[in-house]
Design a protein around this ligand. Sequence first.
Ligand code: PMP
Length: 437
Amino acid sequence: SDHNPRNTATRGWALHQAAAEVIPGGVNSATRYVGHPYAFGGGDGAYVVDLDGNRYLDYHAAFGAILLGHNSPVVDDPVRAAVGALDLFGLGVTELEVELATRVTEAIPSAEMMIATMSGSEATAQAVRLARAATGRQLLVKFQGGFHGWHDAVARNVISRPELAYGRDPLSAGILDSVLESTLIAEFNDLDSVKALFEQYPDRIAGVIMEPIPHNVGALVPTQEFVDGLRALTADHGALLIFDEVITGFRHALGGYQEVCGVQPDLTTFGKGMANGYPIGGLAGPRSLMERFDGQKGDVLLAGTFNGYALGATAAIATIDHLRSNPDFYTRTHALGARMRSGLEGIVSELDLQATVAGFGGVFSLYFTAGPIKGYRDLMRNDDQAYATFHRRMTDAGFLMIPMSLKRNHISGSHTEEDVDRTLDAARDVLASMKAD
Ligand code: PMP
């Protein structure tokens, strides 16, 4: 079959023409159109099929929301059984919501209480609000390249190469200057850059929000010194440490990256893979902080008509139960990730390319620049054009990766060793063809 999405005689192309008339930009989320009219009709395990019947091995995995695999019966069967039973009441609580919060607080080291939201953005927005309420301070520190959703407080990046992060800084028009000015930017894996902000703004920083591994720029794995240092620094200054585990949560370990690095953040946010493709987000932390959301005794507003809705809760419970009872999910995805990374490293050195392989667990990235890559600064010299060519040729060969240069790819519970080896063969051919260009 013809995987070439630039062929205009396709159903995908026609659908994009129709979409552009009724949906701004033809897509429902800013980063889904990347110059090629991708249009999928279904998925199964590690594979997706486009409207024209082409099958792709999928490492995009809906930005990581697909954790176990597409249309996994582990999740879909209980969801199907829930349809027609529980819909929505808007009063009180369901048994499912208690089960979900119990699962999450059992799994996540720093979590005593949890609230379900509908998306990762809602969870990070509430975490920032809670940090401000709990400290009585206004300023927020985030890291260059980190992404925490679409809302105003995290819509800054301070980038010197605009094409790297949603095309602009701030990320959106329409945000109050005072909000943008309240967000300070530090450099990942550079504790001094955070210290400098605490010195510059004594007693004014409410919290530090971070992806413990910034997967929104691929995979900058934190040094132990950095995460330990941040924990101590925020505590010393009376600020909260927020781990945004929307990508890392449940993916890298059942307890998230905080379990891996042994650092307990004050607040943790979840989303994406937690319910294997069903919309959900979550915010967790110690009782003392989370009780601020108590509608009776607290002072921070958290509300949402659909929060804790039955299908999302059912899907999340099924996903977490599966991960809990199948710890080999982690050994398998980590081993496949390691196989992919070492395979890619072999190809890079074989072909003598200016490229660096990064990742953690089942996540992998290919940067088109020589290493070592420690922080965001090192990514400034990434060759985005080379990545675009790599991505396009991998798509043509039937391997779907995240199109944006510097993001990451995901190995799900459905990928096999044979899938990884086929991917490496294709990557070798594509990279050799690029070298020959
Ligand atoms: N945090 C991180 C780390 C993310 O990657 C994302 C989504 N890319 C979000 C938060 C926002 O989640 P959502 O898209 O569900 O609002």
